[in-house]
Ligand binder design. Structure first.
Ligand code: ZN
Length: 374
């Protein structure tokens, strides 16, 4: 709590709607609606506090607001003001001022800082969250339709340190699938096009590139030290295989993974967050689907090579990239608070415009993360 001073100029935040209900007896009700987070908070208090809230919406000192509402800075009023500050309803100082981050960076991302302030309730917590984003080092496997859009969105959230891994080159049809500058970058390496994308969007970027595939024998020590999170969109040969490879490495090194969606028939998948020893790992997911699909017998497909005939839609890839970007943001700003939790998988189904989701539990006998011997 900020030290209260009668000369200070607290501000009622414009991201909070305040609804005052008619006085009933010696009390009145107030509803606070936080516009960005949709959080609602209803309180009952004495009518003079309702009057104080009206005064706090004016550009004046705390002393003037108290006088105009017939209050003094006694213990009861002080605790009410503390409550308003702790809930993120008023700010006692400029919410963008911080010593944690460069001033230009905060100016660039101020709309997001205000959003974080709504979610986390205080400027200090919002700055601390944005500092985690500023410092985080994301390793991104796969720079195709989902990976490139995910990368762009992470830059737009303020992430700036990346290790980027892909083996392919930019093709003409990428104009409908990626945010790369196609005209100048067709036939250039995707890692190079991705570096240019980061340099266009990120603040003071730091980028490491690896023009390589992700195969069984790939040595993941190329990631080096201090990776905060791995994002996987590498779907060759198959996202399930690349996830298992990365998940086993991540379990050993205690690194979370966001396995982004947007692959094969699941074009608008929500992806999943794999936190070592807290959520199911990729092996747990594989076991879950192995069990679930054990009676599923597809007829062998007569087409030998589907490549070139398998369709997609840029907006569906963007949907998956957005879901993964939000999952990464949520994890980074709340890391340390996670509880042991089940996994979730889901996808947006375009044909009937619905969201299909279900829960995947950890496999206690899992060969990679299990806690019990099978
Ligand atoms: Zn597991």
């Amino acid at each position: 709590m900020t030290q209260l001073s009668l000369a200070s100029t607290p501000e009622l935040r414009d991201g909070v709607e305040v609804f005052l209900y008619p006085q009933k007896g010696e009390s009145c009700q107030i509803l606070f609606l936080f516009l960005s987070s949709r959080r609602r908070l209803r309180i009952t208090c004495k009518p003079s506090f309702s009057a104080l809230l009206k005064e706090l919406s004016k550009p004046q000192t705390l002393g003037e607001s108290l006088t105009n509402s017939g209050l003094t800075l006694d213990a009861y009023t002080s605790s009410f003001l503390s409550f308003l500050e702790e809930e993120g309803i008023i700010t006692m100082s400029n919410p963008l001022e911080t010593l944690l981050l460069p001033k230009e960076y905060v100016e660039q991302y101020k709309r997001q800082v205000y959003f974080l302030l709504d979610v986390l309730k205080s400027p200090q917590l919002a700055h601390a969250a944005q500092k985690k984003i500023f410092d985080a080092h994301i390793a991104l496997f796969g720079l195709g339709a989902v990976g490139s859009t995910l990368l762009q969105q992470l830059c737009m959230m303020g992430f700036r340190k990346f290790t980027l891994i892909d083996y392919a080159t930019v093709e003409n049809n990428d104009i409908a699938r990626t945010p790369y500058h196609i005209e100048s970058q067709v036939k250039s390496l995707k890692v190079q096009a991705a570096r240019n994308l980061v340099e266009d969007h990120a603040f003071d970027p730091i980028v490491f590139l690896h023009n390589t595939t992700l195969k069984t024998h790939t040595n993941l020590d190329i990631l080096g030290e201090k990776i905060s999170l791995i994002a996987n969109t590498a779907d060759e040969p198959y996202i399930g295989y690349t996830n298992i490879k990365l998940s086993r490495y991540a379990l050993q090194h205690n690194i979370p993974i966001v396995a982004a969606g947007g692959f094969d028939a699941h074009l608008a998948s929500l992806g999943e967050l794999l936190i070592p020893h807290m959520t199911p790992c990729a092996d747990c997911y594989a076991t879950f689907f192995h069990e679930r699909l054990k009676n599923w017998r597809p007829i062998p497909h007569p087409v030998k090579d589907r490549e070139g005939w398998f369709g997609g839609l840029g907006s569906l890839s963007t949907f998956s990239a957005s879901a993964a970007a939000l999952e990464i943001l949520f994890f980074i700003i709340s890391s340390g608070d996670q509880q042991v939790s089940p996994g979730k998988r889901g996808e947006f189904l375009f044909h009937d415009y619905s969201l299909d989701t279900f829960v995947v539990d950890r496999d206690t006998h899992c060969r990679s993360c299990g806690t019990e011997k099978s």
